[in-house]
Design a protein around this ligand. Structure first.
Ligand code: GDD
Ligand code: MG
Length: 365
């Protein structure tokens, strides 16, 4: 890993990553792995995020875990292999985003903490975020981005000085398309004032409460690259953007390009792997197959002339000859027979065996 850029303030800042969510929108992939541990452009998604934190010069990282808590420590250990000092805090019952933040308070070493949602791919300049926080002498500074439709996010209006004026989590009529991008700087004293030992939503309780009490919440707008990888469509987009070098990372296990073929994969000469696809270890792609903008997990097999677009194929799954898989999620070890057609957001559960010629479309929109 490259040497961190020296930001004079970064070693006085703790990084906290919230990774305790169940990733329900990514099922069935998240039945076997937590969302931040899903292989994304060749490594667990979280490794890309940690590479950005390392590059900004932060070294002390606390992971707030709950769902599949042990899998994080198994992979990242004490963090030294990644140039970091990583600690883990486990919630027996999920405490919500605010509860999870409060729950790590006794591990903090500095007076300032940067909190990250663990499913965000972002080009945010962390040094600039910290500079805004200090410049506005804020209690909390929120990274904000513009999206086309804010209904699935926290809508965050600001005044001309960059002060946050309201926080509205997932409302039908958001007042602005400027949204909470899922990265905050907290003064430690403000973080410690979150109630301990119970479920708290930072979005629904802490931020509105702070605004009510007159605290200074600053907005820091940065729109270089931003994506929440919480849905299958976003997951394949984010992975492809990492492979193609559109999304920033220092953890790509190969050169930037149109495809990432990992060690031990075999791709037939007449097969085509394009659009930022990742082909995992031990995968076999047979002659004439097309894999476009997709993620093929380790050990899967794509038979001849099958066509996979914008999809995720789980570990050790098999896609039969001449099948079409478009905008779909195929669970681990599932067997899709020859000449099947799977489209429009369909999800095939692990170990399912689809007979040849099956046609499936999603009905859940
Ligand atoms: N430790 C812990 N405990 N982590 C949690 C818990 C919990 O109980 N609940 C959620 N998390 C983590 C998730 O793992 C994820 O990394 C992060 O908190 C946010 O949860 P999501 O479930 O991904 O929330 P969201 O995407 O619907 O909305 C959030 O992110 C949007 C930006 O992508 C909100 O913060 C929105 O306001 C924001 O706009
Ligand atoms: Mg999310």
């Amino acid at each position: 890993m490259t040497q961190p850029k020296s930001d004079p303030n970064s070693d006085t800042v703790d990084a906290v990553i919230l990774v305790g969510g169940q990733g329900t929108r990514l099922r069935p992939l998240t039945l076997s792995a937590a969302k931040p541990m899903l292989p994304t452009a060749g490594v667990p998604f979280l490794e890309h995020m940690l590479s950005r934190i390392h590059a900004a010069g932060m070294t002390h990282v606390v992971l707030g875990t709950s769902y599949k808590a042990q899998t994080f420590a198994e992979y990242f250990g004490d963090g030294s292999a990644f140039g970091l000092d990583i600690e883990y805090v486990v919630e027996d019952e999920p405490l919500g985003t605010g509860g999870a933040i409060r729950n790590v308070a006794d591990r903090l070493r500095a007076d300032t903490a940067v909190i990250f949602n663990g499913d965000i791919l972002s080009g945010l300049d962390l040094t600039a975020l910290l500079a805004t926080h200090r410049h506005l002498a804020a209690d909390v500074t929120l990274h904000l981005v513009e999206v086309a439709d804010a209904r699935a996010f926290g809508s965050v209006p600001t005044d001309p000085d960059g002060r946050v004026t309201a926080f509205l989590e997932k409302t039908e009529h958001p007042p602005t398309n400027q949204i909470n991008a899922g990265c905050y700087v907290f003064k430690r004293s403000v973080l410690e004032a979150i109630p301990a030992g119970r479920v708290v939503s930072v979005e629904r309780e802490t931020f509105p409460g702070l605004l009510e009490s007159g605290a200074v919440l600053a907005g820091h707008v940065d729109s270089t690259y931003w994506l929440d990888l919480g849905t299958p469509a976003a997951f394949v987009t984010g992975s492809a953007d990492l492979v193609r070098g559109v999304a920033p990372t220092a953890a790509l296990p190969g050169p930037v390009g149109d495809a990432l073929i990992l060690d031990g994969a075999s791709v037939a000469a007449t097969a085509s792997v394009i659009g930022g696809s990742t082909v995992g270890r031990g995968v076999v792609i047979e002659a004439g197959a097309v894999v476009d903008g997709s993620v093929i997990f380790d050990g899967a097999r794509v038979d001849r002339d099958a066509r996979i677009t914008r999809s995720v194929i789980g570990s050790d799954a098999r896609i039969g000859a001449d099948s079409i898989v478009d905008d779909a999620v195929i669970g681990d070890r599932a067997l899709v027979g020859a000449r099947c057609e799977l489209r429009s957001g369909i999800r095939v559960w692990p170990d399912v065996n689809l007979p040849a010629g099956s046609v499936r479309f999603s009905t859940d929109g």
